[in-house]
Design a binder for this molecule. Structure first.
Ligand SMILES: Nc1ncnc2c1ncn2[C@@H]1O[C@H](COP(=O)(O)OP(=O)(O)OP(=O)(O)O)[C@@H](O)[C@H]1O
Length: 223
């Protein structure tokens, strides 16, 4: 991922200001105060947001002009799982992500069962999605993205609704994931487990480096 002087101006507010960076690390944490620009940064990475000025490329593609192509490689998990659950039952929702890939019914069923079991939803496969708890919906949204095996996973606060056990489960899952991941989070312990951390402040990228150092300085500012 490469960003060159990227700004995002919402008209009355500069959400990102002149951000330049190159990101090759495997697990990338994005931290910073409320409204500092983290979600805007995440949304740029799969073309949900376009830079007002500057340019970026993700896996060699321009997210705005080559968005359709890019979204085949980038999975995005939103903060609010209701925004991405589209099918009536849990298993159907996960299977929906595999449509149009030429997989047989049994291949789809196998991949769906495996991702649900791996993420603590094995017993809920046939449940109506709307009956899940908030945290279970967050896990379902993650399953529906992971089943497609994206090359890059962008997750915007994917653990906000999760209890301690499920947060741990997701942290372990992210640690074991082969794909590159960009994790926007207020959970600083989760951020510390990444390979690199970016910190935003008032729309500017103010720090990029070792997660323990970046998190430590951030916490000390508010101590
Ligand atoms: N669609 C929009 N229209 C206008 N302003 C927006 C829009 N989206 C975000 N903003 C503003 O841009 C700034 C950055 O928002 P962003 O959501 O990127 O912050 P964040 O760091 O993810 O915050 P949080 O931790 O609260 O989720 C904020 O001041 C926000 O109010």
């Amino acid at each position: 991922m490469v960003l060159n002087g990227v700004s995002v101006d919402y008209g009355n507010r500069l959400a990102l200001e002149n951000v330049s960076t190159r990101l090759d690390a495997h697990r990338i944490a994005v931290i910073g105060a409320n409204g500092s620009g983290k979600s805007t940064f995440a949304r740029l990475l799969n073309g949900l947001e376009a830079p007002t000025s500057g340019s970026l490329s993700v896996h060699g593609l321009d997210p705005v002009r080559q968005g359709k192509q890019l979204r085949r490689h980038v999975g995005f998990v939103f903060t609010n799982p209701d925004a991405q659950i589209v099918m009536p039952t849990v298993a159907e929702d996960v299977a929906f992500s595999l449509r149009g890939r030429g997989l047989s019914k049994s291949e789809i069923a196998g991949r769906v069962a495996s991702v649900l079991a791996q993420n603590g939803l094995g017993d809920h496969a046939d449940a109506p999605a709307h009956t899940l708890s908030g945290g279970q919906k967050q896990l379902l949204a993650l399953c529906s993205v992971l089943v497609g095996e994206p090359d890059l996973l962008v997750a915007d606060e994917p653990t906000t609704l999760l209890d301690a056990a499920n947060t741990r489960r997701i942290a372990d899952l992210f640690s074991a994931l082969e794909q590159q991941i960009v994790l926007v989070t207020h959970n600083l312990r989760l951020a510390e487990r990444c390979d690199i951390a970016l910190r935003f402040d008032g729309g500017r990228l103010v720090e990029q480096g070792d997660p323990v150092d970046v998190v430590g300085r951030y916490e000390r500012e508010f101590a």
